[in-house]
Design a protein around this ligand. Structure first.
Ligand code: PGA
Length: 251
């Protein structure tokens, strides 16, 4: 059984004080221990959030570098993320790919070093509107998954979470329909089956991301292959985000 994972990606939002306040509220409102809850916070907030000792909310970074240490001004290593108590790290978010030169090759390197330091990667894949219009969704997503998992053994592969985030749906208010998101996620699972086995593929959690909100989370989560959500804008308000995590009580 795959335990659903709902992660809030705060992007470049929140000071330390705001982050602490939001997490305190979340920790009181999150009810469902059948759902794993993760907050992907800015680097500057991570140690303050870890110090809260939250029981229901795990902490993630939004990026990291693939080297352990060295002359890489401005970068943060997996050793540092482990040190502040990060359980997860987002790797290859489309904004990193678009604005900061992330490639499938650097994604794969980051996946390997995150796993080495026992940080679980949340690997983002997804097509642009143009790629979708050109009928490239399936081939692109398959190739992104194959490259991200390259050289990862069966045991480690099952620690990775994949987030299918169509770029045209991120921050735009446009969501893929629940059926369409599930269809692409099934293709991702079939790719994982080809790379590993049916059993391994059945254990890997695949989230949907892109304008997930209170109004659509339940329908998305009810799909057969959608194991969680990567939520951007709607995760900034802790009351709203808690209601999304408690989606089973939504009408
Ligand atoms: P959104 O962002 O939910 O605001 O579309 C998703 C993300 O940042 O990954």
């Amino acid at each position: 059984m795959r335990k659903p994972l709902i992660a809030g990606n705060w992007n470049m939002h929140k000071t330390v004080a705001e982050a602490i306040e939001a997490c305190r509220i979340l920790e009181t409102l999150v009810q469902d221990d059948q759902v794993e809850t993760v907050i992907c916070a800015p680097f500057t907030c991570l140690s303050a959030l870890a110090a809260l000792g939250m029981k229901k909310v795990k902490i993630a970074a939004q990026n990291m570098f693939y080297e352990e240490q060295g002359a890489y001004t401005g970068e943060i290593s997996p050793v540092m993320l482990r040190d502040v108590g990060c359980d997860y790290v987002i790797i290859g978010h489309s904004e990193r790919r678009e604005y900061f030169g992330e490639t499938d090759e650097t994604v794969n390197k980051k996946v390997h070093t995150a796993l080495k330091f026992d940080i679980k990667p949340i690997v983002c894949v997804g097509e642009s509107l143009e790629q979708r219009k050109n009928g490239q969704t399936e081939s692109l997503v398959t190739s992104q998954v194959e490259q991200a998992f390259s050289g990862v053994d069966e045991a480690d592969a099952q620690k990775i979470v994949v987030a299918y985030e169509p770029i045209w749906a991120i921050g735009t208010g446009e969501t893929a329909s629940a059926e369409e998101a599930n269809r692409v996620i099934k293709i991702i699972r079939a790719t994982l089956k080809n790379l590993y086995s049916e059993e391994v593929a059945a254990n890997i959690r695949i989230q949907y991301g892109g304008s997930v909100k209170l109004e659509n989370i339940k329908e998305l989560m009810e799909q057969s292959d959608i194991d969680g959500a990567l939520v951007g804008g709607a995760s900034l308000n802790p009351e709203t985000f808690a209601s999304m995590i408690n989606y089973k009580s939504l009408k």
